[in-house]
Design a protein around this ligand. Structure first.
Ligand code: 5RP
Length: 223
């Protein structure tokens, strides 16, 4: 199976699961990336079964609107029943690295506002120790060099993702060379550097449920 087929497969499973969790008043949190896109495209057939969505990026919001699915501002809703999103890496505790698509801050906000966070991924994203995928850090542009120097002190090799501006108008530093033994500790340490908006470790608030696809089908894990 190709990676795209694995993404379609796990998206189908996530749609099936989502339909068991929603009613006509539900607002669904929607993530960003190619796996989330597969989910959006398959969810569209069921758009009459829920009220609308909150998106973690402008790109996902555009895709949802193109399907005729309503997109609300997070500030205009009371909270979210369920949030579905992909990941760049996941460990056995369902702690994640996210932000390959530069949407980490809004993803973290939507996850925080959701009762249940369902991560969808193909088996290539599963690792024993987080950190082989460079950890994205969103920074206020004027703080970029200062934050990079502080990240070096934490053992990272930060690389500016040049040309990328987040939906929030900020820059991304990708931290290479990390082997993240204590994800919650590192998440907090990086977030305490002045100028950091947030980082792509989802460890304090991991996924609640993971659907992971491989050639043998889709496995379900819970935290
Ligand atoms: C975007 C993300 C994505 O969830 C992550 O990059 C996975 O993307 P894909 O589904 O395309 O592999 O965190 O900021």
């Amino acid at each position: 199976m190709t990676q795209d087929e694995l993404k379609q497969l796990v998206a189908a499973k996530a749609v099936e699961y989502t339909l068991t969790r929603i009613d006509s008043d539900t607002i669904i949190g929607i993530g960003t990336g190619s796996t989330a896109n597969a989910f959006i495209d398959q969810l569209a057939a069921h758009k009459h079964l829920f009220k609308g969505t909150v998106a973690s990026s402008e790109a996902s919001a555009d895709r949802l609107r193109n399907h005729g699915i309503e997109v609300f501002e997070l500030n205009d809703v009371d909270g979210l029943t369920i949030y579905i999103d992909g990941a760049d890496e996941t460990n056995a505790a369902l702690q994640l690295i996210k932000g390959g698509g530069a949407a980490l801050t809004r993803e973290k906000i939507v996850a925080a506002a959701s009762k249940e966070f369902v991560c969808i991924a193909d088996a290539s994203k599963e690792v024993a120790v987080l950190g082989e995928f460079p950890l994205p850090v969103e920074v206020i542009p004027m703080a970029r060099s200062y934050v990079a120097r502080e990240l070096v002190k934490l053992g990272a090799t930060p690389v500016w993702r040049e040309g990328v501006v987040t939906d929030n108008g900020n820059h991304i530093l990708d931290c290479h060379g990390l082997s993240i033994a204590e994800p919650i500790k590192l998440e907090n340490e990086i977030n305490s550097i002045v100028g950091v908006v947030t980082n792509g470790l989802f460890a304090s608030r991991p996924a609640d449920r993971l659907f992971i696809s491989s050639a043998t089908g889709v496995d379900e894990r819970t935290a």
